[in-house]
Design a protein around this ligand. Structure first.
Ligand SMILES: CC(C)(COP(=O)(O)OP(=O)(O)OC[C@H]1O[C@@H](n2cnc3c(N)ncnc32)[C@H](O)[C@@H]1OP(=O)(O)O)[C@@H](O)C(=O)NCCC(=O)NCCS
Length: 190
């Protein structure tokens, strides 16, 4: 076998190994995401979910409850503190990174989405134009109301309340309630 051919063979072999590695990460992640979604939080479900998330690179504190039907995408970019509840039907899409502090409550069907599709010029299509990732930070002692949506890049201040159905497009100061679409401050905590 000539030296050139051997070199090409080694290069191709490296590519194959790279693809296998890439694929195995996807399989591992998809498996974990599916089980986390299916399992209830009771009867040891929370413990199983914790290890599935840790296995996929999430950073987790203590006493985290993740209800059934919670969809967690890209757990490798997810950090959750202590005493956190993520309620039924919520979506935590952590492609751009999501950091959830301590004592945070996420209500039913809330969505925390850390990526946008990139919008190209009119002559190209959105589907093929990639994503723009922006980290979301939810500080300690925050309550995110049911069916609200937290958009990429938002920082939610300590002690804030996000009212039901709010669409949060901008940072939220500490100790205020925000509500509406787009979310605005509706009152402050005493
Ligand atoms: C945010 C919330 C806690 C506020 O309750 P509250 O302290 O009783 O608030 P108030 O009734 O004093 O409302 C204050 C103002 O905010 C407005 N407001 C209340 N909820 C709102 C909402 N979801 N969206 C927009 N505005 C809202 C009120 O109309 C009121 O406006 P006004 O001053 O012009 O009359 C509550 O409305 C809410 O959204 N709860 C979420 C419930 C939930 O998600 N439960 C799931 C548990 S996991």
């Amino acid at each position: 076998m000539s030296g050139n051919l051997l070199l090409r063979l080694v290069e191709d072999f490296k590519k194959i190994i790279h693809r296998i590695k890439k694929y195995s990460t996807t399989v591992k992640r998809t498996f974990a995401v599916g089980i986390i979604e299916m399992l209830p939080s009771i009867c040891g479900g929370s413990i199983v979910k914790k290890y599935l998330l840790l296995w996929n690179g999430a950073k987790l504190g203590k006493n985290i409850i993740i209800d059934k039907r919670v969809l967690i995408r890209n757990p490798e970019n997810l950090t959750i503190g202590d005493n956190v509840v993520i309620s039924h039907g919520s979506v935590i899409s952590a492609g751009g990174g999501i950091k959830i502090g301590n004592d945070v409550l996420i209500g039913y069907y809330a969505k925390v989405i850390s990526a946008n599709h990139n919008i190209p010029d009119k002559n190209e299509i959105i589907r093929l134009s990639g994503h723009i990732y922006k980290k979301i930070t939810i500080n300690n002692d925050v309550w995110i109301g049911t069916s609200s949506i937290i958009l990429p890049g938002v920082i939610i201040g300590k002690g804030a309340v996000v009212a039901a159905g709010a669409v949060v497009t901008k940072d939220v100061p500490s100790y205020v309630y925000v509500g509406g679409v787009p979310a605005r401050v509706i009152k402050s905590r005493k």
